[in-house]
Design a protein around this ligand. Structure first.
Ligand SMILES: Cc1cc2nc3c(=O)[nH]c(=O)nc-3n(C[C@H](O)[C@H](O)[C@H](O)COP(=O)(O)OP(=O)(O)OC[C@H]3O[C@@H](n4cnc5c(N)ncnc54)[C@H](O)[C@@H]3O)c2cc1C
Length: 568
């Protein structure tokens, strides 16, 4: 398709929509009648195969809400200088911070929320994808394949749970079997090892909860699972152990560029000087790029809803059971499915819906009903009554449906790790390696400084104690040495006072109830914290030396007067 053909097609969607090329990217502007049409125009423009799509179309029926900003307004960071400022503490920003912190560089991570992994990085399936359903030429495929292989070593070194439990892509029609050679071909092209066809009979034996009328499945042994927030916390804690500074409640509001370089980062807590900047701002990564006058892609958020079942339902599978994706091509979801999480719950979802709101965490009963109906076709025993909670997250999709991991052409010291939609959790460690090498090049090209991995870099992290998973003798010994480990606070997940204190004394402590929950699962069980939250708040108050009343659940600042920085 050429530009005039594109303009004709855009005009047919909404009269007056106009496309033009600027700096290799296709820009579209005009007024559409609905947000769906805005997205349709963007998808159409992506067919031009330009550098990227900048979609400036508006619509009358719905307006985008402004970015959620922290309440904090102070000058506590004014005048601070760092070699690298990373914007965003999702899994991508934290993996990048970890990689950079091993080098002779001073690193700061700026995050507008109260903790790491508050946005997409805690609102996902936790699947370490095999990558078979990605397009062989895409950057996503490259980073997914490398990232998947890195998780074994990372989980061992950094002490977080990673289980390579494999996934079954189940066929529900006989004609699906014709696609078996296609799976093998894709596996070879995407470097996915060990893919094999499992017959109907064998599937029935291996996965007893799968419907008896299924016609077999492809088994993908390289598929794995993590608790996504625990992996992100592990990356962040290792970065903090290596002297990276984390600033929460700190939003980047503007970038000042001088002579083609970002020189100052304006935040709600003052102006920070940076020799280089990494854009890992998730759904706001196009806005950060725009602050540096580098507009060549647009994020169109795509919401996904997930539900978590009680651990009683854990026997459904030890693995991941997914429906063959053909029926959902338009949904742009790798499908998730019925997923056994690293902690033994069953997670079902997600779906995929375009939304104008970048931080749309709302859930609807319609989504829950639809997701359940879809997966009941594969696993009939799924039961709505087993749901203990549900949540939504938004994927940071570009119209090219690919990641943007590259040095900016407008600001020579800015690196984008942008548009990281699924499988961004899987890809994060590999993206971090690439971004760190871009930063090395920035320092050698611009500042003539050679960047090296420090010989004293700490490459490991001690796994926190998980009392409920310890053998009895070991548990006994631990309780004898510290009775706090024998005092159970969260009865559903069997989390002890000792474990809570341990996370509050870690290298990246965050003093609120949700942060504790993410780190040691206190409040993640059937009662969802109804019973243990007051006790957790009490322990936080003791550890932070503040009043019980000042401890927050999540949003907002935790302890008044406490410095919201972690660096040693
Ligand atoms: C429903 C769903 C299911 C998924 N399932 C999987 C899966 O199974 N496997 C997989 O590999 N991937 C999955 N993904 C994708 C994965 O979750 C994301 O790709 C990944 O979390 C992206 O990480 P990130 O760090 O780029 O973004 P985020 O986690 O969104 O982090 C970006 C951070 O930047 C901060 N920020 C933004 N603007 C500013 C600013 N101006 N100043 C300061 N801070 C700012 C935000 O607050 C946020 O914390 C899923 C995603 C969704 C939504």
């Amino acid at each position: 398709m050429n530009l005039s053909a594109l303009n004709r097609k855009l005009d047919a969607i909404s009269p007056g929509i106009h496309a033009f090329i600027d700096d290799g990217a296709v820009h579209i502007e005009g007024q559409c009648s609905s947000y769906d049409d805005v997205v349709r125009c963007g998808i159409l423009a992506a067919r031009l195969h330009s550098r990227g799509v900048v979609n400036d179309c508006t619509c009358a029926d719905v307006k985008e809400e402004p970015m959620r900003l922290p309440e904090t307004q102070d000058l506590s960071l004014d005048g601070r200088s760092f070699d690298v400022v990373v914007i965003g503490a999702g899994v991508v920003g934290c993996a990048i911070a970890m990689e950079l912190s091993h080098r002779n560089l001073s690193v700061a991570v700026l995050e507008k929320e109260y903790d790491v992994a508050v946005r997409a990085s805690s609102r996902n399936d936790g699947m370490i994808h095999p990558g078979i359903d990605l397009h062989p030429g895409q950057r996503k495929t490259y980073f997914n394949c490398r990232g998947n292989r890195m998780y074994t070593d990372l989980s061992q070194r950094l002490g977080f749970k990673f289980i390579r439990n494999g996934s079954y892509v189940v066929f529900d029609r006989w004609w699906n079997l014709l696609t078996v050679p296609f799976f093998h071909l894709r596996a070879a092209m995407c470097h996915v090892d060990g893919v094999r066809y499992v017959t109907h009979r064998k599937l029935g034996r291996l996965q007893t909860s799968v419907a008896s009328w299924q016609k077999g499945a492809m088994f993908l042994p390289s598929s794995g699972i993590v608790e996504p927030y625990q992996a992100t916390v592990a990356f962040a804690e290792n970065a903090a152990d290596n002297k990276a500074s984390f600033f929460f409640d700190t939003a980047v509001l503007d970038l000042i560029c001088t002579d083609g370089l970002v020189s100052q980062v304006i935040t709600n807590r003052g102006t920070i000087h940076a020799l280089s900047v990494v854009n890992a701002a998730g759904v706001y990564s196009d806005r950060i790029a725009a602050l540096a006058n580098d507009r060549f892609f647009t994020i169109h958020p795509r919401k996904g809803t997930e539900m978590i079942l009680d651990k009683d339902a854990g026997s459904i599978t030890e693995s991941v059971i997914a429906k063959v994706p053909f029926s959902d091509v338009k949904q742009h979801t790798k499908g998730g499915g019925v997923v056994r999480t690293a902690s033994g719950n069953i997670l079902v979802g997600p779906d995929a819906h375009e939304t104008i709101q970048r931080e749309d965490d709302s859930t609807s009963s319609q989504s829950i009903t639809d997701i359940l109906a879809k997966h009941k076709a594969t696993v009939p025993s799924l039961d709505k009554r087993q749901i203990i909670t549900y949540f939504s997250g938004t994927r940071a999709c570009t119209y090219e449906e690919d990641f943007v991991v590259e040095r900016s052409t407008k600001a020579g010291n800015l690196v984008h790790a942008a548009g990281i939609q699924s499988p961004g959790l899987t890809a994060a460690p590999a993206i971090a390696v690439e971004v760190a090498s871009d930063i090395d090049n920035i320092f050698s090209d611009i500042y003539k400084r050679s960047i090296k991995v420090r010989s004293d870099a700490i490459l490991t992290r001690k796994a926190p104690h998980v009392v409920s998973e310890m053998p009895l003798e070991q548990r006994d010994e631990l309780i004898r040495s510290n009775p706090d480990y024998g005092q159970i606070v969260c009865r559903c997940e069997q989390v002890s006072r000792g474990e809570i204190i341990e996370v509050l004394r870690s290298s990246l402590p965050v003093y609120n109830i949700d942060a504790v929950k993410r780190r040691c699962r206190c409040g993640m069980g059937r009662c969802q914290g109804s019973f243990c939250s007051p006790s957790v708040a009490g322990i936080i108050a003791e550890e932070a030396h503040c009043s019980f009343e000042s401890v927050c659940k999540g949003l907002g600042v935790f302890v008044k007067g406490k410095v919201k920085e972690t660096s040693r």
